[in-house]
Design a protein around this ligand. Sequence first.
Ligand SMILES: N[C@@H](CCC(=O)N[C@@H](CS)C(=O)NCC(=O)O)C(=O)O
Length: 236
Amino acid sequence: MSSNITLYTWPTPNGIKASITLEELGLPYKVEGIDISSNRQKEEWFLKINPNGRIPAILDGSQRVFESGAVMQYLVEKYDTDRKISYAPGTPEHVEQTSWLMFQMGGLGPMQGQANHFRLFAGVRSDYGIKRYTDETKRLFSVLESRLKDSPYLAGSKYTIADIANFSWVRAAPITIEIDLSEFPSLNKWVDNIEQRAAVQKGVDVPQTGRTQEQKAELFRNLRAKVDALDNSDKH
Ligand SMILES: N[C@@H](CCC(=O)N[C@@H](CS)C(=O)NCC(=O)O)C(=O)O
């Protein structure tokens, strides 16, 4: 199918949802790397594509789509005519797919994102903030665990965008906020299976930064150490 897609992204948990979806669909796309540490996502030209100034976003011709969940839904509605990674609208499985996608967008992403903030990026050390958001992330992982104990994928028997969205966050938890996935055996197995997919291996590295897994782990270790060295704000 013909397309004229540009993906504005960086290899973060939200960014890779879009690149994995494009890779799974086998769609050609151009990549515009938006290094979020340089604040390129706040530049005037980019705010015309995503007024929220965050990645990912796409342009498909003149159509802009922002918010990773909306990008995924747009791509499957328009291009997944073979239903490779989505269920047909109007089916019970499609409702389930949307439910788990929204679970990620409204729950897991925001909570794990805050856990990342307090554990890796905060300018003060807040044990309260770290515990609150890490505990909430673990609670959400246990919800995923309870679903995946009974179902191979979140929406049913097929791997869909609901899996891609949740996977993109869960896979990062061990190296960022040190959640041990062996506490969640079905979730752990599901992550390992999805990680093997060729499209996922390509999609998690868009645009390519050249960083190895060990280099990424080292980066997060250093960020945690920096926060640990700060004064504990909870005491003030
Ligand atoms: N709800 C948005 C969240 C996007 C988001 O927070 N993206 C992060 C990267 S994972 C970002 O652009 N951060 C840079 C910033 O906040 O300026 C989505 O799902 O697309």
